[in-house]
Design a protein around this ligand. Structure first.
Ligand SMILES: [Cu+2]
Length: 136
C-alpha cells in the first residue's frame, strides 16, 4: 500500500515538527468495531493541529497528539462524531451511523442526558444505619 508509506512520511515530518509546537497528548474512548473504523476515525483527524491519531481497535481508545492552540479537544471529538463514531462528548448523527458499512455497526455509546442529582422525592433521614440493627 502506497498510502501507508505516504502516511509514514508525513508522520516522520510531524515528529520533526514536534520540537517546535507545544503539543498536548490525550486519549479517550471512541466507539468503533473494525479496521475500517480505525481508518475512518484516524482520517477524520487529519486536520490542522493534530499531529498524530491512533485508535486501538481492541481497547477502542484513541490516542491523539495535538496543538491546543490550533484545535480544541471538543473540536476533535466533533470531527470524529461527524465521521460517524461516538465519542464521550458527541454522539454521531443517526443518519451518519446508518450509512456506515455493516461491519462498522458498533454498539452505540450510552449518554446520560440529564443527571438529576437531587432526586424528586427527598426523604429526610434514610433509616440506613449499617451495623445498628440490634433490637432490644
Ligand atoms: Cu468498521
Amino acid at each position: 500500500m502506497k498510502i501507508t508509506k505516504f502516511i509514514g512520511m508525513i508522520l516522520l515530518c510531524l515528529i520533526g515538527l514536534n520540537s517546535f509546537a507545544q503539543l498536548t497528548k490525550t486519549s479517550f474512548e471512541v466507539s468503533g468495531k473494525c479496521l475500517e473504523c480505525k481508518k475512518r476515525i484516524e482520517n477524520s483527524l487529519k486536520v490542522l493541529g493534530v499531529t498524530s491519531a491512533d485508535w486501538n481497535v481492541n481497547s477502542q481508545i484513541l490516542s491523539v497528539s495535538y496543538d491546543p492552540k490550533a484545535i480544541k479537544l471538543n473540536k476533535l471529538q466533533k470531527l470524529i462524531s461527524n465521521a460517524g463514531h461516538d465519542t464521550p462528548k458527541f454522539r454521531a448523527d443517526q443518519d451518519v451511523y446508518n450509512s456506515l458499512p455493516a461491519c462498522c455497526k458498533y454498539e452505540r455509546m450510552t449518554y446520560s442526558k440529564s443527571k438529576n442529582e437531587g432526586s424528586a422525592n427527598d426523604m429526610p433521614g434514610m433509616p440506613d444505619m449499617s451495623g445498628h440493627s440490634g433490637h432490644h
